[in-house]
Design a protein around this ligand. Structure first.
Ligand code: DX5
Ligand code: ZN
Length: 219
């Protein structure tokens, strides 16, 4: 099943609730919510209260992507929003202990556990973790901002990831630079959740774009 997950990042924080409602009306299931701490990545965005406002005033499901250090504490905080998915970065972890403590905590809250890796992080690190995670987020740009170009080397990584998680119940999500010209390739290699920031936000006709993608893949 292919899902388009529009990201919060290109949208101004003050307009996010309105955007979430627009997405809901379009039948979009997940808002990919990009949280940045200003340290793990240079930008800082998506304050807890902004996302809480979306949570309290819309029905869109939250797919939270934390680009932040202090993984356990930040996960615990955002878990209060009862999102469906919380994804944290492998590169942001302090220790193995923090990794497993975070996984255990999220599972105890019935939140799907996502692990994100940056473009230069080898996919092989995920191999030993496939029994513990529900989602693997493969970054196809350097995390930090929307509107960047998809890094071509990542195609191969998606292909390797698909083989690595074969027969496991793990969603492969791909994030960064996805648009109407490259989504088919991402899907053919194994991408299932397609994060779309600027390509979706700036689409002249969002309904048409969704239809175009749906036409390829019956839900
Ligand atoms: C980048 C974020 C992405 C971003 C995607 O750090 O994680 O989710 O918003 O935006 P586009 O699709 O424009 O690359
Ligand atoms: Zn993201």
């Amino acid at each position: 099943m292919i899902k388009v997950c529009p990201s919060s990042n290109p949208c101004k924080e003050e307009d996010l609730l309105q955007y979430a409602k627009e997405l809901e009306a379009l039948g979009v299931e997940y808002l990919h919510s990009d949280v940045m701490d200003g340290q793990f990545v240079a930008n800082k965005c998506l304050d807890f209260e902004v996302l809480k406002n979306v949570r309290d005033n819309s029905n869109i499901l939250l797919d939270i992507h934390l680009m932040a250090y202090n993984v356990f504490d930040v996960c615990k905080k955002y878990a209060e929003l009862k999102p469906n998915i919380i994804t944290f970065h492998y590169e942001a972890l302090k220790s193995e202990r923090e990794l497993f403590k975070t996984i255990k905590y999220l599972k105890s809250k019935d939140i799907l556990v996502g692990l994100a890796i940056k473009p230069n992080t080898p996919i092989e690190i995920v191999e030993r973790l496939t029994n513990y995670i529900d989602l693997l987020l493969i970054m196809s740009v350097e995390p930090g901002k929307s509107g960047q170009k998809f890094i071509d080397d990542v195609y191969n990584k998606i292909d390797v990831a698909r083989k690595l998680v074969a027969n496991k119940d793990i969603i492969i999500e791909v994030d960064g630079g996805i648009n109407e010209n490259n989504f088919e390739k991402v899907v053919s290699l194994g991408g299932r959740f397609l994060v779309m920031g600027s390509a979706f936000y700036n689409a002249k006709n969002k309904a048409e774009l969704l239809k175009k993608i749906d036409r390829h893949y019956a839900k």
